[in-house]
Design a protein around this ligand. Structure first.
Ligand SMILES: [Fe+2]
Ligand SMILES: [Fe+2]
Length: 149
């Protein structure tokens, strides 16, 4: 029972982190769409995204996310490992987004179009990654609820 309780807590924590990440991505997208937003404001948000991703990926890698979820869905082990392998590349892409913004000429409106395009391509990749992770998490979480009922 104690192990199930602990496991359920981890699933919830990671699902919460996924929700928070989605909210931050939406906030950044909104900032890009708002004509009054500045390079500094968007740079700050992209910095937050980079930090949040490092924290989130570390939680998944060290917090036993897959280990616990995969106890309930061992058929997904290879898929889970492939997802973990994507983390370093996505961290680099998030850092590069901020670098791109710092280096771009921000005197015209071009910076907004260019970096928004890069951001949206990155967001798509990240959302695909996170949605795939939610599958074993939700499956394991629902099973735990079922076991405890
Ligand atoms: Fe991940
Ligand atoms: Fe994740």
């Amino acid at each position: 029972m104690a192990v199930q309780g602990k496991g359920r807590g981890s699933f919830e924590l990671l699902l919460d982190q996924h929700r928070e990440l989605r909210a931050l991505l939406q906030q950044i997208d909104d900032a890009f769409r708002r004509p009054s937003s500045t390079v500094e404001e968007i740079g700050h948000l992209l910095g937050q995204l980079g930090d949040r991703l490092v924290y989130h990926f570390t939680s998944e890698e060290e917090g036993g996310y897959f280990a616990e979820a995969l106890l309930h869905a061992p058929q997904l082990i290879a898929k889970a490992n492939a997802l973990l392998d994507q983390h370093p590349k996505m961290c680099t892409r998030a850092k590069n987004l901020k670098l791109e913004l710092q280096q771009i000429d921000s005197t015209g409106g071009e910076w907004r179009t260019r970096t928004a395009e890069l951001f949206r391509a990155f967001r798509e990749e990240l959302m695909r990654h996170e949605l795939q992770e939610n599958i074993p998490l939700q499956e394991a979480y629902q099973r735990d609820i079922g076991i405890n009922d």
